[in-house]
Design a protein around this ligand. Structure first.
Ligand code: PRP
Length: 208
């Protein structure tokens, strides 16, 4: 049986529908309950519903054989995993955003609020700009509004959250989408099964 870590929420629903369309369904998943593990032994699949930021951790430690994680999560965690397929779902960008009238002060480090400290550091290091990281876990857009930071580094999908909080994009630097990832050892032991799943997913995406 293959264990798949799915990110809970909007992206997870899309990904589950894709898996179901190629025969890896588990109809109980649609029931209104608080279950987090769903098995369908006939299809040889087990789903774990985990927080999007934890998918890579489950797969890295082998608690799941494969999983679906955003490129943002993969770049941020830096774990050694196989990235098998770009599912082209959940497309968005990593951006630097700030208040509409923001002007950078070159005489001091930029205060950057973010859920993605490693991605933010790498970005600013690429042009040798000194920064101070303020690590937050959500609602990042508030930080520049209340003077906690100068800018934010965050994902922007529709841009609605920025707009409704009077912020705008100053730099758009990393395209993001969902990736199929695999544990290195699991991939060695279940190569045929995972490769077959991967090519069926690819075909289903092409036919979409
Ligand atoms: C993400 C991100 C932005 C928002 C962008 O937050 O951190 O806040 O979505 O989407 P938009 O461009 O379509 O408005 P998420 O919904 O994950 O919630 P969070 O603030 O708890 O991180």
């Amino acid at each position: 049986m293959i264990t798949v870590a799915l990110p809970k929420g909007r992206l997870g629903d899309k990904v589950y529908n894709l898996f179901a369309s190629i025969g890896y369904d588990c109809s109980e998943i649609y029931d209104d309950n608080r279950k987090l593990v769903f098995e369908n032994p006939e299809n040889g699949v087990r789903y774990l519903l985990v927080k999007p930021s934890d998918v890579a951790v489950y797969v890295y430690h082998g608690a799941a054989d494969i999983g679906i994680a955003g490129k943002d999560i993969l770049d941020e965690c830096g774990l050694s995993l196989y990235e098998l397929l770009d599912l082209k779902l959940g497309k968005c960008h990593m951006c630097v955003a700030a208040q509409n009238d923001y002007k950078e002060d070159p005489s001091r480090p930029i205060r950057v609020a973010t859920k993605f400290p490693n991605i933010a550091k790498k970005h600013y290091m690429s042009f040798n700009r000194e920064i101070e990281i303020i690590k937050l876990n959500g609602s990042i857009e508030i930080a520049p509004l209340v003077g906690l930071s100068d800018v934010i580094v965050d994902i922007v999908e529709t841009g609605t959250t920025l707009k409704e909080n009077n912020l705008k994009v100053f730099e758009k630097f990393l395209p993001i989408s969902a990736r199929l990832i695999a544990n290195r050892t699991s991939y060695t032991f279940h190569k045929d099964e995972i490769d077959s799943l991967c090519s069926r997913l690819q075909k289903a995406l092409e036919e979409k």
